[in-house]
Design a protein around this ligand. Sequence first.
Ligand SMILES: [Zn+2]
Ligand SMILES: [Zn+2]
Length: 406
Amino acid sequence: MGFLRTAALVVLGISAFTFVALFGRLPAFRRTPIAFLHRALWVYIPNGIASADSRLFDGRVVHFCSRSGNYILGENHPLVLIFFVSLLVIGECIFLPSAWPRISGAHRFWVPMVVILPYVLLYACVVTKPFITPENHAKEMKRYPYDRVLFHPGHKCPTCDFLKPARSKHCSFCRACISRHDHHCVWLMNCVGANNYVYFLSLLLSLSVLLSYGSIMGHFLLHQTRDELVPVNMRAAKQNWTTYLNIWSVVIAADPRVGGIFLLMLMTAPLAVAFLAYHTYLIWAGMTTNESAKWSDWKEDVADGLVFKAKRSEVDGASFKSDSHDLRWPMYSDQILVLDADPPTEGSVTVPDSNRVSHCGGHGAAIDTRWMPVHSMRDVDNIYDLGFWDNLRDSVGLSVRKRPQL
Ligand SMILES: [Zn+2]
Ligand SMILES: [Zn+2]
């Protein structure tokens, strides 16, 4: 009982800590205990330590740690990638030699594929760079239109010194602008973007399969061990929880290689599956991780009654269709959104390439009736959302079909 409980608690603790530390910042966890724990871990606890250090040691401990801390948090280093690969290699080296002689022919056919595939995809994820360079910049500018909600034309990246294409973002770790930026992944030592999202999704799928398949196989192997150890009459007898856990702690102690890695896989499989499910949701919603944070901000502004919408063709009188000129993307939108505490008044003008409005009419000016308050995110067009299958095709680098315009 003691061994099983300790092993389970250690693995559970490490999994929970890793999950909170790495994923607690995701917009999906905003205003949840997970976000609070993440903030505590990265902000409150370090701040508390820093203030204690400045009082007790005149800040020397923090100064000493900040050098290594800067390297770990601020540089694109391979430590997490090495940890990730080591975990896979060590886990497989412990589990497979013990499991291999006990599995049937069909499993012996599938296991090598399931084991090797994540390494191939991991390699593809790491070496495929979704960087925007002076050479491919012109092509990247034609990849997506600016939606004028999340991305506006005319913004220059001060580091790369070129106009930022729609859906791109500069990554300070990679020191490059990233095409269709999703997120910088410390596990991959690379950004996930246009060129490698297909490998990233496949890696998540292959890890989910590896960990789920391994957990199920571990479960059956441990049952074999139990059948050899525990007499039939004891197995058949009605058991309470204590007896049940006692039997399994004996089984895992007798078969520690399979038992230990089984527990590790059982705890980490939900993380891989949850991450895959989250990215499936993002594809369904037509957004990247980067954009999901921006949409969350808009959602809060809409809830606060700060967003107003009008037709660009009416307000700007601009030929909005020119946005779609020469673009491969089939969708563009006539909407214009502004963020303001007050509705735009007669004579107000929108500030170009932003979501701001400049009130020119002075106090008492009549409200411009072309502008309507936005009450729900359903009233806001996301031109990057073409429906699940086309979103999926686009995210993995295939061309999308022509669709009617919004
Ligand atoms: Zn840049
Ligand atoms: Zn990056």
